[in-house]
Write a protein of this length. Structure first.
Length: 439
């Protein structure tokens, strides 16, 4: 997997991702402490609002940013967005009111909503070979999982010698380092498509996404991953501290079990995807999450919760979670031309976070109102519904090259070359506004 780091451009991009993730992790810890300083016992409400603002920015800003990403130099755009994020983080230590936190977080997350899908859409252009791109996806997943461990550890070390405001300076340094790494390389910027109106450009990624059967299946799998992930991220603290009565270190180990499962899957996926198509791997990951939740609900209902059982369950959920999410970039790369990839990755970013916008509050409400068994069963059912929907929407036979007939183009159109029926790698675009079976 690490051999792809021999590519200088990708190596710098991966390093930029790592340092930006570390900076973001430090900001997450610092925000919790800042919220407590400003709001005291109401800090949970402040943080809940912050996360809601984050999701709303992701859902609302990403498609707009994706519409214009092919109109500017990609490297300049990414560097500018990193500098906006760094400048915003630099202001956070100086806030004195809660509303100021909300405004700055919206600005920072709006920049991230533009940065992340553009960054993700760049990787398949840098690594066009699918096998190498698959390894890049797994390496990216590992970076996210390691950040969940490294950032809290680094924050704890820094807090032992300085105040939490210094963590925001670490965030600034992370984004600034990311900008420097990106500006040190040349990035491919595919030629923009034909000029389009604002509405056409803003909705293009979503329309391509929803018109592509494999991506409709991916959206359903995003719902399955968000349902399972919300149970882990929102309710682990209640299960560990409340139900089991364990300390904060036990919570850290519990979250580490989920991260370890995700990392194990990320390490295994490149070789697995060399032998198997994406569909059975991703559906299998969703099925593993659903089965684990139902099994854990049965254990809790019959004999009560035990910490080793919870650790094992979260390890399995992490395996399934990574198996669903890691290959998603391969599906997006396969489903659009280079010029449309920023818009398509932005659509994935927005639609997947819309799933989280539902699952986050639902998970917390179920746990608070009805307890662990009801939360596990309901979220397992929602994840299962997503998996079954994906099974139906994503055809088992999903070749990249499709034989199709054009009734939507005149016979003298350059794309047809005098033949209405032909075969080629098929994506939804101007010449193919609908899926092959409907042209």
């Amino acid at each position: 997997m690490l051999e792809i780091l021999a590519d200088r451009t990708y190596r710098h991009l991966f390093a930029a991702q790592v340092v930006a993730l570390l900076g973001t992790g430090l900001a997450t810890v610092a925000l919790g402490l800042l919220a407590y300083d400003l709001a005291g016992d109401a800090a949970a409400m402040v943080l809940g609002t912050v996360f809601t603002i984050k999701m709303l920015a992701y859902v609302g800003i990403a498609p707009i940013a994706g519409a214009f990403a092919d109109r500017v130099n990609r490297r300049a755009l990414l560097v500018a967005l990193d500098l906006v994020r760094a400048g915003t983080a630099l202001l956070l230590p100086f806030v004195t009111e809660v509303w100021q936190v909300y405004v700055l977080i919206f600005l920072l997350q709006s920049a991230s909503a533009a940065f992340t899908p553009t960054f993700q859409a760049t990787i398949p252009d840098v690594l066009p070979d699918e096998a190498r791109y698959t390894r890049a996806l797994s390496l990216s997943r590992l970076a996210y999982d390691l950040e969940n461990i490294a950032s809290p550890t680094l924050a704890a070390l820094l807090l032992a010698v300085t105040s939490y405001n210094a963590l925001f300076l670490g965030t600034v340094a992370g984004f600034a380092a990311s900008a420097l790494l990106i500006v040190s390389i040349l990035l491919p910027s595919p030629q923009p498509a034909a000029p389009r109106g604002i509405y056409e450009r803003t909705t293009r990624g979503t329309r391509i996404y929803l018109a592509t059967p494999r991506l409709r299946g991916l959206l359903a799998l995003n719902l399955a991953a968000a349902s399972a992930g919300a149970m882990v991220l929102v309710n682990s603290v209640v299960l560990v501290r409340g139900t089991l009565g364990l300390d904060e270190s036990a919570l850290a180990w519990t979250m580490a079990a989920f991260g370890a499962g995700s990392m194990l899957a990320a390490l295994a996926l490149p070789r697995l995807l060399d032998r198997l198509p994406d569909r059975p791997v991703m559906l299998g990951g969703a099925a593993l999450m659903v089965a684990t939740f139902f099994g854990l609900a049965a254990v809790v209902a019959l004999i009560g919760l035990d910490w080793p059982v919870l650790l094992g369950a979260w390890l399995l959920v992490g395996l399934g979670y990574s198996a669903v999410l890691t290959p998603s970039g391969r599906l997006l790369r396969r489903s659009a031309r280079a010029a449309d990839r920023p818009a398509l990755f932005a659509a994935q970013f927005a639609l997947s976070h819309a799933c989280w916008l539902v699952s986050y509050p639902l998970s917390g409400w179920l746990m608070t109102a009805f307890g662990a068994v009801a939360a596990l069963v309901t979220l397992a059912a929602l994840a299962g519904a997503g998996a079954l929907t994906a099974f139906r929407l994503w055809p088992k036979e999903d070749p990249e090259i499709l034989d199709h007939t054009h009734d939507n183009l005149p016979l003298d159109h350059p794309h047809l070359q005098g033949q209405r029926r032909h075969a080629h790698p098929f994506v939804v675009d101007d010449d193919h506004p609908r899926w092959a079976s409907h042209l």
